[in-house]
Design a protein around this ligand. Structure first.
Ligand SMILES: [Zn+2]
Ligand SMILES: [Zn+2]
Length: 233
């Protein structure tokens, strides 16, 4: 740490909040809010929201090239601790064998070409092409990527998509994916489509399901597109 005095300025409850991120890496919003309430109760502190803790911590963490960042995935909001300094591939090299990393890169590249989604078979073929091993070994490695929150399988197990950790930590590799008009984060294809896309050709903005539902719950009159203001869909 370059400046211990700054970090020491943070209260015990901020340290506790940060420790939770160090332990869990990725936390879904409702879980995070419960943890925050528990921390507030334990330290008998005023009700401070998760976002306030994050806003307090990020200016300190930036000195260490770390930030708490957010991503939306599968209709939920996630937060993760991200190392801004490490380049994306060297991050992976610290977690996996070289052949696994080649497999992983191949999956990510294919996912980006396909809007964030590929078939499970396609994924396994990439593993074989990367010489990650035989069928069983390739499935094992793929399951590791899923357990580590980089990837997710669809409920029917037929498709593989980017999970929240990739969306947060691998941002520079995902520039070709569309951004949500409302929150500026990546929107992924689900079952071959993006559910909320403006049907007017000159607009065609994309929205997360979560962002769209929030927007349309407060803009009920004629369902206006947040960009072109024409009726959405
Ligand atoms: Zn959004
Ligand atoms: Zn529009």
């Amino acid at each position: 740490m370059s400046d211990d005095t700054d970090y020491a300025d943070l209260s015990s409850r901020h340290h506790c909040f940060l420790q939770t991120f160090i332990n869990r890496k990725i936390i879904e919003q409702t879980t995070l809010d419960k943890i925050t309430s528990a921390i507030n109760a334990y330290y008998k502190s005023p009700q401070q929201s998760s976002n306030q803790y994050i806003n307090d911590l990020n200016p300190y963490l930036i000195d260490f090239h770390i930030q708490i960042k957010t991503a939306k995935s599968q209709g939920k909001n996630y937060w993760a601790l991200v190392n801004l300094k490490a380049d994306e591939y060297s991050k992976l090299a610290t977690y996996y064998q070289p052949s696994d990393t080649i497999f992983f890169k191949a999956i990510i590249e294919k996912l980006v070409q396909n809007g964030g989604e590929i078939s499970n078979n396609e994924c396994l073929n990439l593993g074989k092409a990367a010489k990650a091993g035989g069928s069983t070994k390739v499935e094992e490695i793929l399951n590791t990527f899923i357990q580590d929150n980089w990837l997710r399988k669809s409920e029917d197990k037929a498709r593989v998509t980017l999970a929240e950790r990739s969306i947060i930590e691998l941002q520079p590799m995902l520039v070709d994916l569309p951004d949500c008009y409302l929150c500026s984060q990546k929107v992924l294809t689900e079952k071959g489509v993006i559910e909320y896309q403006c049907s007017h050709d000159d607009c065609a903005i994309q929205l997360h399901t979560l962002c769209a539902k929030q927007w349309f719950s407060t803009h009920t009159k004629s369902n206006p597109c947040p960009n072109c203001k024409k009726p959405f869909k």
